[in-house]
Design a protein around this ligand. Structure first.
Ligand SMILES: C[S@@+](CC[C@H](N)C(=O)[O-])C[C@H]1O[C@@H](n2cnc3c(N)ncnc32)[C@H](O)[C@@H]1O
Ligand SMILES: [Zn+2]
Length: 369
């Protein structure tokens, strides 16, 4: 965590201000990376650890450590886990399983897919090409046609050309930011970007890719799965220094560890359908914004059956599709929709024989209340 991020952080339990205790830091200067230590709430005295530079700002640190052990143990030494939680953490570490399912956001393979999705483009090497054997011409042509024109490109154009000629968007917060690739699109166009996500592995990798802080693992994506799950190393331009304008922390959308009411833009991409109660996301985006601030939301609306059932109960009878439902949720939270793309292709490269095509809705809304 950078020292310059501290004023923007708040206790996830009570929104009190935080102070840093026992910091270990890498360099001296105006902008300092705090590699370990604790954040303490000045109101409720709760403590939140900083592990391998990642501030862990969740209401239940003990449960988080146990549930996210797979991602944490890849980059944090056991001895750095706070003593009070270490034995349960080590017990959970013993039980880590390698699942075949692809939804574990602390799993190496899943994180590597987001690395590709957020940080690779089609202008350099053909990272989607098999290292052995033949290539799918369909996968190759879809990637060439659509890869560089997904949600980040549209958001970049909105922010850069349409909304921000007078640089009125200066401060950005992203909820469920994954590995934080949007920071690279917005870099140079806004003054600051702060992302948070509940996946430790995503934040640790994203901080390396976006800030250049050290990272102990190699950067690789899947190729032919016969060779192993993540076998193609990729070369990326890693920043050589940080200036305090970008940072990522661990946090939960249900209790954002972020100061309310100061941001010009709040973004949440492909997270709405992951919320047990989707109303929480527009409310969180609204609360983080200044009056008149802007929210951007995208989603492929892959609702869990139970979430969809509960959502249908809330919706007016006239609302019959997912995109209209999301717009209604944002309007209910005090937003006015101003721009939208209803069907935007978003490609997800899984390996050399699997490419997922999502069609997301992307919209931009102004906070009116
Ligand atoms: C489908 S991924 C999308 C990641 C990124 N926003 C993108 O569009 O590429 C959903 C992300 O939301 C995060 N997430 C899900 N529920 C969350 C919560 N309650 N709080 C914070 N992050 C959450 C996940 O860890 C994951 O990184
Ligand atoms: Zn507190």
């Amino acid at each position: 965590m950078l020292n310059t991020t501290l004023p923007k952080l708040r206790c996830p339990s009570c929104t009190g201000a935080l102070q840093v205790l026992n910091p270990r830091q890498t360099a001296s200067g105006e902008v300092i990376e705090i590699t370990s230590g604790e954040l303490q709430c000045s109101s409720c005295s709760a403590n939140y650890p900083i592990l391998a530079g990642v501030a862990l700002l969740v209401t239940d640190v003990h449960s988080y450590l146990v549930e996210h052990v797979k991602g944490i143990s890849q980059v944090v030494a056991d001895s750095d886990i706070p003593a009070a939680f270490r034995s349960d953490y080590l017990e959970a570490k013993e039980e880590i399983e390698i699942e075949h399912i692809e939804e574990d956001l602390e799993a190496d393979r899943v994180i590597s897919l987001y690395l590709a999705n957020h940080y690779l483009n089609t202008s350099g090497e053909e990272w989607w090409k098999p290292q052995e054997g033949s290539q799918s011409t369909l996968i190759s042509s879809l990637i060439r046609e659509h890869w560089d024109h997904g949600p980040f490109a549209t958001i970049g154009a909105w922010v850069d050309y349409e909304l921000n000629p007078q640089k009125q968007i200066q401060t950005v917060v992203e909820l469920g930011c994954g590995v934080g690739g949007l920071s690279q699109t917005l870099k140079g166009h806004v003054r600051s970007y702060l992302g948070f996500d509940s996946s430790f592995a995503s934040i640790a990798l994203g901080r390396h890719l976006a800030l250049g802080v050290p990272y102990s693992k190699r950067l690789a994506i899947p190729n032919d799965l016969l060779a192993g799950p993540v076998t193609r190393e990729v070369r990326l331009k890693i920043p050589r220094s940080f200036d305090g304008s970008i940072d990522l922390v661990v946090g939960d959308i249900e209790n954002p560890p972020i100061i309310r009411g100061i941001f010009d833009l709040s973004v949440a991409l492909n997270a709405l359908d992951m919320m047990p109660d989707p109303r929480v996301l527009p409310e969180a985006q609204r609360d983080l914004l200044k009056p008149g601030g802007i929210a951007i939301q995208s989603c492929p609306y892959i609702w869990h059956e139970v979430v969809a059932r509960d959502l249908r109960e809330l919706l007016p009878k006239t609302v019959k599709d997912s995109a209209s439902a999301a717009e209604w949720l944002y309007e209910q939270s005090g937003f006015e929709i101003q721009k939208k793309v209803d069907q935007l292709p978003w490609l997800f490269f899984k390996h050399v024989r699997q490419l997922e095509i999502y069609s997301v809705q992307l919209f931009l809304a102004h906070k009116t209340k």
